[in-house]
Design a protein around this ligand. Structure first.
Ligand code: GAL
Length: 420
């Protein structure tokens, strides 16, 4: 073989090697990999795409896709807690970036530091610095992000709004004005589901009422929950609840989305996994099959959250779990997962041509809006606060007493060390 031919063969082999960043010692890995999440049923397709990619790279590993149904992980987190405390962790589990990770499992010293992986995989430059900051402490980096979701979105059905002669409101004042007209037409103004979706709605209403600076001040312990503006946010939330369905507590978030899709309800405030559900599961076209606008009074603001997976100490199949983390942190993994999920990639180099019109608009907003963290999905507060906040919400849903809710929230903020 001529030298030039030899050289080009070597180069070709080399480029093959570097073009397959997540491939590797496929044959070396065997046994099982248990991944734990709440992405079951309708929420499953994106995760299944990631698992398919993992299985194509590591065919000898048997993947156990352990899921516990229940939006926002309400049920899964309880099961995870039992397993973590009982010393039988899964190999890797879903956890939100921010306080849900740091203030819960990292604080309890139950996670492995993944800094080595970030260095090996070049992730220090692949993910935004702010996001890495939320996954890390001065002692390490504790999970790998798989996406960026947006919480403050109001969804609607464009054809139905046209039929009813209404437009998507940009303020809650506008919503409260058009809500009675919708009711007269026999349409529910705003669909709601189980308790956690009330928390979800609350955070969008509170961000709208407080604005980003005061929202952040609340979590820094610099704005009291009993201050007049926070009481006013509860009060506005109570007014909005008057236009929601009475059977909310028994519904899943998908059922509340369905109500908008089939025209029983005009609007729903939900994170953009609803875009994933409508586009991937229901096969609707963004823009025509479903429409969206920033939740009222939050235009120009992006309330974000990020799903991530970590490596618990004592992971039974540690090598398989590390290979899993490599797949989900890779460009290929991220771009297999996110277009189906409704989220955007957490990586800075994702291929936007793979994403639909909704996700492209979310990516543009993420680049230009004021970014704040979500309460309902783990960014701003630890599990202790979240659990107690669910109780405060139950109380408020029953009493609609803004002052009482504000006082109770102040108490649980102190108890759970918010802002300390
Ligand atoms: C969020 C999670 C999303 C989606 C949603 C509904 O907490 O980050 O990925 O699963 O719950 O279950």
């Amino acid at each position: 073989m001529k030298l030039v031919a030899k050289l080009s063969l070597v180069l070709a082999l080399f480029s093959l090697l570097i073009a397959a960043p997540v491939a590797g010692q496929a044959d070396d890995l065997s046994g099982q990999l248990e991944i734990f999440s709440w992405w079951a049923g309708d929420e499953g397709p994106a995760l299944e795409a990631l698992i398919a990619l993992y299985s194509s790279l590591y065919p000898n590993v048997e993947v156990i896709n352990a899921t516990v149904t229940g939006g926002s992980g309400v049920n899964a987190k309880a099961v995870l807690k039992t397993r973590m405390l009982g010393g039988t962790p899964p190999d890797s589990f879903q956890v939100h970036a921010g306080q849900e990770l740091i203030g819960t499992w990292v604080k309890a010293e139950r996670m492995e530091d993944l800094t080595f992986l970030y260095e090996e995989e070049g992730w220090m430059d692949a993910f935004p610095q702010d996001l890495i900051g939320l996954l890390g402490t001065e002692d390490g980096i504790w999970s790998v992000p798989v996406n960026i979701h947006r919480s403050n979105i109001m969804w609607y059905n464009p054809a139905k709004l046209e039929e009813w002669g209404v437009e998507a409101p940009t303020t809650w004042a506008e919503f409260l004005e058009i809500a009675p007209t919708l009711q007269e037409k026999g349409v529910l103004p705003l669909s709601l589901a189980a308790n956690w979706t009330a928390n979800h709605l609350w955070e969008s209403v509170a961000l709208g009422a407080l604005g980003p600076e005061k929202w952040n001040a609340l979590w820094a312990g610099e704005l009291a929950w009993t201050s007049p503006e926070v009481v006013a946010a509860w009060d506005l939330f109570g007014q909005i609840l008057q236009y929601t369905n009475e059977d909310a507590a028994g519904l899943s978030w998908q059922q509340a989305t369905d109500m908008v899709v089939d025209g029983r309800a005009a609007f729903n405030v939900m994170g953009d996994w609803a875009a994933g559900y409508m586009a991937t599961t229901l096969g609707l076209e963004p823009g025509t099959g479903f429409g969206w606008v920033a939740s009222p009074d939050t235009g120009g603001e992006f309330m974000f959250l990020a799903d991530s997976f970590g490596l618990p100490l004592g992971s039974p199949n540690r090598d398989n779990a590390i290979a899993w983390l490599k797949v989900l942190g890779s460009k290929e993994g991220s771009d297999a997962f996110n277009p189906l999920k409704g989220s955007i990639s957490a990586r800075l180099d994702s291929d936007m041509s793979l994403y639909n019109a909704y996700s492209q608009s979310a990516a543009a907003d993420f680049g230009s809006n004021v970014i704040v963290g979500s309460l309902a999905h783990g960014v701003t507060a630890n599990e202790g606060f979240m659990n107690d906040f669910a109780t405060v919400m139950e109380m408020f849903l029953a009493s609609r007493d803004a002052q009482q809710a504000a006082m109770a929230a102040q108490a649980i903020a102190i108890q759970n060390g918010i802002g300390q």
